[in-house]
Design a protein around this ligand. Structure first.
Ligand code: PSV
Ligand code: MN
Ligand code: MN
Length: 406
């Protein structure tokens, strides 16, 4: 490691008025949750590829997530998906996570994999299907209680393929009815994250298509319901950071599902397609953390950062480590923004000055900083290389081929 590079970086930032000690503290505190389904076999509608060494059950998925945490130091929780991660005894699963230095994070219901849900779950015209879907949502709240998680993260696959296929307003009411029941079963400290997506698997309309609908629903339900922004769930060209800033100001931003997209919901490694977008999202969050309104500040500080990626061709664990590192890189860059300079330029209507004050932080190489931060945290300076050297890639081959899908 080149200390010279770090000291030069520190000097430059200090001269710009950036408090490096604070920057380091913030990077160390940024917790990023990884998804259990990111460790299982995965694919597209064309093919699910089977790889050697894939976890065979929820316990082994936790083992892999724990490895990611050991190497990065910033992934202390793992999201689970029910029934993909269904086990007899959830207390035992939570205990296993605990032994591995992890805790179970968001519990994700699954309202899309059963045949019954082909035409919708909580929005299905058939009351029996709606009832089944609601029972599953309530089951997930129970699971959250058993694993001592405070977060329920709901993505709804409901939608239609053709105009006239269903009564859209009627479905909106059914959606609200089920979610109101779900909401009333939450413990006071729990949060319900509502995720939106503009298309897929349905191609004509999605019942929760965009942030406005998720926001409205979260407002109707109450203070414990918040919007989840999955970075891959917007139409081309959408200004995601503007949505983030709007939701922050309304104190309704609950969490993120980070991933990258080029065309649609591609689930590519976060930060690989549009790192500047990720940086600008963090710019909005860090700006909100300095808001005069304590509620806005608190919202920004309580965001649940989660990765939502099902890697198809990438080796699972290294892809997850790379994702975490990419998030840290953009966060570290955003922490180098000179907010005083930005605000001054804004007050002076200095368009180019303001744009420059934001962008110049993006252009710094923060790798010397991140290396030092990792060293101070007692984790490998190069987590990917440490993974390859750890013996774990070889060890998991004992699991053979044909592990869990998602
Ligand atoms: C499907 O689009 C999806 O990727 C959503 O983003 C969910 O969060 C995830 O699957 C898990 O259900
Ligand atoms: Mn998602
Ligand atoms: Mn998605």
């Amino acid at each position: 490691m080149s200390d010279k590079a770090y000291y030069l970086f520190e000097e430059i930032q200090t001269n710009r008025g950036i408090r490096i000690d604070k920057v380091k503290e913030k990077i160390k505190k940024l917790a990023i949750e990884t998804p259990s389904w990111g460790y299982g076999d995965s694919g597209t509608r064309f093919k699910v590829f089977q790889k050697a060494g894939i976890p065979r059950n929820a316990f082994e998925k936790i083992d892999d997530a724990a490895m990611v945490h050991r190497l990065t130091g910033v992934c202390p929780s793992v999201a689970i998906h029910i029934p993909w991660d269904k086990v007899e005894d959830y207390g035992q699963l939570a205990e296993h996570a605990h032994h591995q230095g992890l805790r179970i994070g968001a519990v994700n219901p699954n309202l899309f994999q059963d045949n019954d849900y082909m035409l919708g779950s909580v929005c299905n015209v058939d009351p029996i299907v709606r009832k089944k879907a609601l029972a599953h949502l309530l089951e997930c709240v129970q699971v959250a209680k058993e694993v001592q998680s405070d977060n329920i993260s709901l993505w709804l696959a409901d939608g239609t393929n053709y105009p006239g296929q269903a009564n859209l307003r009627q479905r909106k009411h059914w959606l609200y009815e089920s979610l109101a029941e779900l909401y009333s079963s939450l413990l006071p400290q729990m949060r319900l994250f509502i995720e939106y997506k503009f298309f897929e698997p349905a191609f004509y309309h999605t019942d929760l298509a965009d942030w406005g609908m998720a926001f409205h629903l979260a407002n109707q339900l109450g203070q414990q319901a918040q919007v989840l922004v999955d970075t891959g769930h917007h139409a081309q060209g959408t200004n995601v950071e503007h949505i983030v800033s709007y939701l922050l100001d309304e104190q309704k931003l609950g969490g993120f599902h980070f991933n990258s997209r080029k065309y649609a919901d591609d689930d590519l490694i976060v930060g690989t397609m549009n790192p500047y977008e990720l940086f600008l999202i963090f710019y909005q969050i860090l700006d909100a953390e300095q808001d005069v309104d304590a509620g806005v500040r608190k919202t920004a500080e309580n965001i649940a950062y989660m990765i939502d990626q099902s890697h198809v061709i990438e080796p699972k664990i290294p892809a997850m480590i790379r994702s975490v590192m990419n998030v840290q890189t953009q966060y570290a860059k955003a922490l180098c923004i000179d907010f005083v300079k930005v605000r001054q330029a804004q007050l002076e209507n200095d368009v180019l000055g303001a744009e420059n004050a934001v962008r110049e932080a993006f252009e710094f190489d923060v790798s010397p900083l991140l290396r030092v931060v990792r060293e101070e945290m007692g984790v490998p300076v190069d987590p990917l290389q440490a993974y390859e050297a750890s013996g774990y890639p070889k060890q998991i081959l004992e699991r053979g081929v044909g592990g869990a899908s998602w």
